[in-house]
Design a protein around this ligand. Sequence first.
Ligand SMILES: NC(=O)N[C@H]1NC(=O)NC1=O
Ligand SMILES: [Zn+2]
Ligand SMILES: [Zn+2]
Length: 447
Amino acid sequence: MLDLIVRGGTLVTPEGLQQADLGVEGGRIAVIAPEITESARQEVSAQGLHVFPGLIDVHVHFNEPGQAHWEGIATGSAALAAGGGTAFFDMPLNSLPCTLDGPSFDLKLSAMRSQSHTDFALWGGLTPQNLERLPELAERGAIGFKAFMCNSGLPEFPVCDDATLYEGMRIAAQLGLPVAVHAESEALTAHLTRKARALGTSWREYLASRPVFTELEAIGRALLLAQETGCKLHIVHISSGAGVALAAEARARGVDVSLETCPHYLTFTEDDLERLGAVGKCAPPLRARAEQERLWAQVLEGAIDLIGSDHSPSPPEMKQGEDFFALWGGIAGVQSTLAALLTEGWQRRGLSLERLAALLAEGPARRFGLARKGRLEPGYDADFALVDLEQSHTLTPQDLHYRHALSPYLHRSFRGVVESTWLRGEAIYAQGKIRRPSSVRLLTREP
Ligand SMILES: NC(=O)N[C@H]1NC(=O)NC1=O
Ligand SMILES: [Zn+2]
Ligand SMILES: [Zn+2]
């Protein structure tokens, strides 16, 4: 007797689409077959629906402990589930304390266990102040170490200088964990910020302070250090086609690097900033249309390993004011990743559903050593979303599960509707409602 059978859906796997029944037992996919004859405690019809592997978002800031008024684990993970997601990796900054040592990791872990609606992994931080704490973070199950190559905007998470990045990568390589970098040059962005601010403080000057070459300089330096140390490198939120090209070239030479971009760089351009204002502020910033087209070309060619949301909201007050430089930089988007990619990628540009599953689930699981996640295949965790691709929807504030109903994706129309999301065989989202699963797990790297 199976626990659950999902009948008649179209399963999306990186190898292709397959019309089949999917049977679940003990939280795992037990069988996939054209027609399962066994009986089950629960049956769900997926007739006319696509079954996607649950999204694994390797880049979110849910800001707990300490800053639940910015977002929150319960609200953020609910939004992820409503968007078809079943796991997230929480970044080490924007919470208080930042995740920089064993005790802060333990605090975050217990907050996650009591409040998350999905499985999760935790990034540790890499700063000049915590090099000697990396082993204790690894011991507790950190999925990797995140460093900022420019000012993070938060004094409690200082910029990582080259010497720290080099030594941190040496330690990470020994521990067998990746280092993730926010790649923008501190020297160049600080200089260009001074220059731009002398001319004004609108979104236009902000854009002028972080041009593409400041991203390229930092990507190039991180690649060099990764090559030298043999460290696994993950470059987060690459905003430019040129940045992808630079990293992909190094990967082809044998550097162990993975490339992430975000739905907002694939959806909005700098021309949208006039209308969006602060809700569209992020770093690196939105780019010109031609750069976005180059980025899309790279995605379509398969140069990108995975897509993460970099969901990083703030209280609304921090997005208000005249000085664009002083406003919080961060996009609220964890709920919209699949919708944005189905619309901008599958519908508009012919990105295949198989590639989409690879970018949103299998790619993240493979890169970060999650052996039982990311695929619809017997033996894997039964994490999936039932999606109606025939329907469209327009995102309203009432749809958002965030702490604050603010997002650049609001009022846009999207192809596809997530009908339900399942974590290890349990519905965590259905008919617009969130349900807490019986358990959530810390995901760690498996050899
Ligand atoms: N601190 C933080 O979350 N910063 C993020 N926001 C953003 O737009 N880019 C980032 O790195
Ligand atoms: Zn960043
Ligand atoms: Zn981030």
